[in-house]
Design a protein around this ligand. Structure first.
Ligand SMILES: Nc1nc2c(ncn2[C@@H]2O[C@H](COP(=O)(O)OP(=O)(O)OP(=O)(O)O)[C@@H](O)[C@H]2O)c(=O)[nH]1
Ligand SMILES: [Mg+2]
Length: 400
């Protein structure tokens, strides 16, 4: 399961975003450190379902299909807020970041309205520059990684040099719990331009390396939250400034998304998360305040093309992580499993994954005994190194 971590300073709307995306009820309040223990729940990303080509309905097991759109689960993790100096124990410290060890990417929730200070205390709207939050957060995440690399570094660096161990492999070993690979560490070392001799690395060098490791291993998107209480040009300016710094920022109102999903659940509106509009089903059941609130939400969605919540999640999965959806089947003609369920499973893979990777994901034995695969559309035989593409329907043939 792909895990996405929600990070940010306190009181920016992490739990609201989480709750909106998962409809999991969690505590939300306008003061810092409302969340202490991490919350985990399923959100989903959407892909066109191949069943529309088949002409029969699918029977998904761990995903869902609504009107030809496959909803593929991903896990969101909502953690406590980080404050500047968290690595020195300020606020709730940074230990709770360990809950994000397996996160493939990070969603940085920022309060674009500037109505909370750097520690998340409510302040007058516009009095805090949200751009500042990006830098400190990067720094705190880097400290978390650097602390893991840096523990007992002098001794390790000496061993690396004396025993001619590859530095990237020694570091990757330390970071294996974070799901960071040797290749990623190697790429980070080269972009950080550090000295050839690890014994010469200072703690600043390690911090600098950690920044690069974060960049290559856990890509980050910025959710410019609370955009509903900010003038449009200011939001656009923030998005542009983020872009100049190399980040994708998406205007978001987690509050609006939460309201829409609740109204949809109550049967008041028709709304499919991610859509750019909604339909009021029973205008007679709405009071004036509710109507006004929905009008405001509709205006926001017209400007930004939606509430932004689903856009953030999907951009993270499909653009930053470059993931694709692949459907393994046992019958390449009917696209069913052995019980006759059509397109029962779907897996997300990073671009570049192969037919053998798919086999391993279905079952270790299938990966180990892989003989060949078959493309469910063209019926072509595919080798173990066939590179999967988005929407592939694949049968795996293995030794019995
Ligand atoms: N206007 C507006 N307010 C929001 C939005 N999202 C969250 N809020 C408000 O911001 C406050 C903090 O929301 P939370 O979701 O608890 O924030 P958090 O980041 O989880 O906070 P901690 O758990 O304390 O770190 C609450 O009063 C929310 O109602 C939004 O999109 N727009
Ligand atoms: Mg919270």
């Amino acid at each position: 399961m792909v895990e996405l971590g929600l990070v940010g300073k306190p009181n920016v709307g992490k739990s609201t975003f989480f709750s909106a995306a998962t409809l999991h009820t969690v505590e939300i309040a306008n003061y810092p450190f409302t969340t202490i223990e991490a919350n985990r729940a399923m959100a989903y990303v959407r892909r066109p379902c191949p069943h529309t080509e088949l002409g029969v309905l699918c029977n998904p097991k761990k995903s869902a299909c609504v009107n030809g759109v496959r909803l593929i689960p991903v896990e969101l993790i909502d953690v406590a807020g980080l404050v500047p100096g968290a690595h020195e124990g300020r606020g709730l410290g940074n230990k709770f970041l360990d809950d994000l060890r397996h996160a493939a990417a990070l969603i940085h929730i920022v309060d674009v309205s500037g109505s909370s200070d750097s520690e998340g205390n409510p302040v007058e709207k516009g009095s805090h520059d949200p751009l500042k939050d990006i830098e400190f957060l990067e720094n705190e995440i880097a400290h978390w990684i650097a602390d893991i690399i840096g523990r007992g570094w002098v001794r390790i660096a000496r061993r690396i040099e004396a025993e001619k161990i590859k530095v990237e492999s020694a570091i990757a070993e330390r970071l294996s719990g974070l799901g960071i690979s040797e290749r990623q560490v190697k790429e980070a070392i080269s972009s950080a331009e550090l000295s050839e001799k690890p014994t010469h690395w200072t703690s600043e060098d390690i911090l600098h390396l950690a920044l690069h490791i974060r960049r290559v291993s856990k890509p980050m998107i910025i959710a410019a939250n609370k955009a509903d209480i900010v003038e449009v040009p200011r939001v656009k300016e923030f998005v542009e400034k983020c872009r100049e710094k190399g980040y994708v920022a998406v205007p978001v109102s987690a509050d609006y998304e939460l309201a829409l999903r609740k109204a949809a659940n109550a049967g008041l509106i028709e709304y499919v998360p991610g859509d750019s509009s909604f339909k009021i089903l029973h205008p007679e059941k709405l009071n004036t305040a509710q109507k006004k609130a929905l009008d405001k939400i509709a205006d926001f969605m017209r400007v930004y093309g939606g509430t932004g919540v689903q856009k953030v999640i999907e951009h993270t999965v499909f653009e930053l992580l470059e993931m694709i959806a692949v459907y393994p089947v046992e019958d390449e003609n009917k696209w069913t499993d052995k019980d006759g369920n059509a397109l029962p499973d779907v897996y997300l893979f990073r671009k570049g994954a192969t037919a053998r990777d798919l086999a391993y994901r279905v079952h270790t034995e299938l990966g180990e005994n892989f003989i060949r695969a078959v493309d469910g559309r063209t019926k072509k035989i595919l080798g173990h190194d066939y590179v999967l593409t988005d929407g592939d329907v694949i049968k795996i043939i293995a030794k019995k």
